[in-house]
Write a protein that binds this ligand. Structure first.
Ligand code: SF4
Length: 225
């Protein structure tokens, strides 16, 4: 099983910096983290574009839930997500919508607050913390689990178990967490898809799944001789 720092360096050398999170403002990042739940990013982009120049906590606070739902309709589950955006905004209002005030809190305390907001689960909270609030928490999504499991990592069954395992193997560094997550997403989309495309994969030389596949093929070839 390869050292995670080597996995990171290999992906960075192969793909280059991903420059995430794709958003114009910190608040837009937070909104995007809610809207991206259970949908592709292209749908989030359409929903964000529908806000035009209106995307602000003040607008989300005052617009009706129905109208907000219509604006974000392209992101799917729009009625539910409208409720979540209103809840996130209500939480931000405690800080007078001042993100600098929010960021003065310790990461763990902020994480607890975020997890108490309706619609904010662990993955969404860690995305907001890492990309919007500059508090490093490693984001564990389905791509992370898939890629690391195939590389041979024995992953715990819980979200936080996996997160702590990864964080324990890396320096606690915001830029590293930010970039590594984006690179894992790229890797899972480009090569390590549900049905993996191992030919030319940058992680192929130390991938346990690929090694097992190759051993099986060799055994089959030997059996045919
Ligand atoms: S070699 Fe195949 S299974 Fe392994 S990481 Fe690459 S694409 Fe995924």
């Amino acid at each position: 099983m390869q050292d995670l720092r080597v996995v990171y360096k290999t992906l960075l050398d192969f793909y280059g910096p991903r420059n995430w999170w794709p958003a114009k403002t910190t608040f837009e990042m937070m909104v995007g983290a809610i809207l991206t739940q259970n949908t592709a990013w292209t749908n989030v982009e359409k929903a964000i574009a529908n806000f035009g120049e209106r995307l602000s906590p003040e607008f989300i606070e005052t617009v009706s839930q129905e109208e907000l739902g219509e604006i974000i309709r392209p992101s799917g589950y729009y009625n539910q997500k409208a409720i979540y955006l209103k809840a996130l905004t209500a939480w931000l209002k405690k800080y007078s919508y001042d993100l600098n005030k929010v960021m003065k809190n310790q990461g763990e305390a902020l994480r607890r607050e975020l997890l108490s907001v309706k619609g904010v689960g662990r993955e969404t909270a860690d995305s907001i913390l890492t990309y919007a609030l500059e508090k490093p928490f490693f984001i564990v999504d389905a791509y992370t689990k898939r890629v690391l499991a195939r590389l041979g990592y024995e992953l715990p069954s819980t979200y936080d178990g996996i997160r702590l395992l990864i964080e324990g193997k890396l320096p606690r560094d915001l830029d590293l967490y930010n970039e590594f997550h984006a690179l894992i997403v790229e890797q899972a989309k480009s090569f390590c898809q549900k049905k993996p495309l191992c030919e030319g994969c940058p992680l192929g030389s130390f991938c346990v799944k690929k090694a097992r596949q190759n051993s099986r093929k060799e055994a089959l070839a030997r059996g045919k001789k």
